[in-house]
Design a protein around this ligand. Structure first.
Ligand SMILES: Nc1ncnc2c1ncn2[C@@H]1O[C@H](COP(=O)(O)OP(=O)(O)O)[C@@H](O)[C@H]1O
Ligand SMILES: [Mg+2]
Length: 265
């Protein structure tokens, strides 16, 4: 069976010669909610950027929904990205626009671009956006400017925008790093609940392993640019945590503060 996402032997080398990913392989299916965990510098963001086609790869392949991302040119990537929702740590909302308009930008790929940009979204698009705002409990903020929202609300608006794309995959790169524990919990709850209900494969890079464990189906642990753990949260025992957070060459281990922080979570 062909998986929705198939990554094979992915390798990324940055222009300065740093090998950020070496031989990463994984498969994932529709509706799976997957946490990508690992120390700072492990390669989580690099991996997500590769799937989005934002990062050039040295070798290996990424097949998403039957299409090879790694060999696409820019115009092919633009089309492919319509089906890829992205949620950033810094929200990336347009501050001066109302929340509903921000969410509607998720429909841009479905409009003639100019029509979309001018704001003439048709009723069907608006219905989808309104429904998704309500799913993240933000309908009452629909007409407020995005910069008036709190951090947690901004991220929930970003989730509504991503899901309004009706994507096949959502990539969330540290979506709760700027939020306190309670808001983080609500954001991960909303993201995983909505994505699961819609059957959207979701990869979330996240530092808070305990938080991830209560909401995701699967954890992929990355250390030094390679997958060192892949399994359900129930299998993430101390040994696995050591592999993810303590393996690697000494130079990297030396500045590793996350395992200690995590132990306290
Ligand atoms: N543009 C770049 N040029 C050179 N090295 C980079 C660049 N971006 C990231 N790196 C390095 O690649 C490694 C992986 O980075 P990243 O994917 O951002 O890790 P993570 O998201 O897990 O913290 C790190 O060692 C980082 O310093
Ligand atoms: Mg990162």
């Amino acid at each position: 069976m062909v998986s929705l996402l198939e990554i094979r032997d992915l390798r990324v080398v940055y222009p300065n010669g740093h090998e950020a990913l070496r031989s990463v392989s994984m498969k994932a299916e529709p509706g799976e909610i997957v946490a990508i965990v690992g120390r700072s510098g492990a390669g989580k963001s690099t991996l997500l950027r590769c799937i989005n086609g934002l990062q050039r790869t040295a070798s290996g392949s990424i097949i998403l929904d039957g299409q090879e991302i790694t060999s696409m040119d820019e115009s092919q990537l633009r089309v492919a990205r319509r089906k890829i929702g992205f949620v950033w740590q810094e929200y990336n909302l347009v501050d001066r626009l109302p929340v509903i308009t921000n969410v509607l930008t998720g429909r841009l790929g479905y409009n003639d671009g100019l029509t979309g940009l001018l704001g003439y979204f048709n009723t069907k698009h608006r219905e989808i956006a309104v429904r998704n705002l309500s799913r993240v409990s933000l309908l009452h903020r629909a007409n407020q400017r995005a910069d008036r929202l709190s951090g947690g609300e901004k991220q929930r608006a970003a989730i509504a925008r991503a899901i309004t794309q009706q994507p096949t995959i959502v990539l969330a790169d540290e979506p709760v790093s700027s939020l306190d524990p309670e808001l983080s919990r609500q954001v991960i709850h909303d993201l995983s609940t909505v994505a699961r209900a819609d059957g959207v494969l979701t990869l979330i890079s996240i530092h808070q392993v305990n938080l991830a464990k209560s909401f995701v189906d699967r954890i992929v642990g990355i250390a030094d640019g390679t997958v060192v753990f892949d399994g359900p949260p129930s299998r993430l025992d101390d040994e696995a945590m050591n592999l993810i957070y303590r393996s690697g060459h000494p130079a990297v281990v030396a500045d590793c503060v996350e395992p200690l922080a995590l132990a306290a979570v």
